[in-house]
Design a protein around this ligand. Sequence first.
Ligand code: SF4
Length: 284
Amino acid sequence: MSELQLGTYAENTWCKGCGNFGILSAANEAVKTLVDAGTPLETIVLASGIGCHAKLVDYVNVNSFYSIHGRVPPTITGIKLANPGLTVIGHAGDGDAYGEGLAHLIMSAKRNVDVTMIVHDNRVYGLTTGQVTPTSPVGFPGKSTPRGGIEEPLNPIELMLAAGATFVARGYSVKTKELAALIVAAARHKGFAFIDVLQPCFTFFNTYQLYNSRVYELEGHDTSNLDAAHARAREWNYGEGERIPIGLFYKVEKPTFDQRILRGKVLANEREVPDISGMIKTFA
Ligand code: SF4
């Protein structure tokens, strides 16, 4: 593994025990693996939204963009379209991606934009000290729901399969080696690659015990079969005692949004920076 130093000047302010540390470790390993395999470091770009997850881009010494709440998908779409030679990886939280930014997430999957989207799914708004998100369980006693949340959580894996994502996976922040491998595979995938990461919020929703006792690795699963992927996704619908599969649920190759919109002039994931000066109009 490369000796690349990816640390930054920024002081890490996550709570002790936060699952974000595992995701940061996996993200660093993934960047090193990509660089070792020939991807120039300067062609890797990270973007984040708003929330505890978002600080990750301050802690990894690569080009990055700190965007706004729910807007990671359009941000990374824009970066990819402006420069298809880049490897673009977005990080978002569950409130960020499945709440404020849900329509953006669905549209990016539908369009098959050639980017990677990693959702730090702690099932709570941590930065604002503990409100319900779209993946919080029924009865969750958040700050905004002192008597317990009344809504059923959505299933992000099923949602992304239905929306047309061409790479759909789930990771767990404790299993950093497996998560790093998923991020590398997602970054190399041509198309919209989605990873929902189970990320315990140690302070406001500590799910370590739950996940440690239920999580298992998908094995012998046909990742080219959409029906099988849906069936595996339904194995965990937040029910009592249900096991939680992690790993790759689905992968398929389809034309990407950037290939289509650039009409084949620039192939996605080429490592050259295209000259797009002729595409920019100026108005005097
Ligand atoms: Fe992590 Fe939760 Fe603390 Fe945020 S509030 S840093 S998600 S443990």
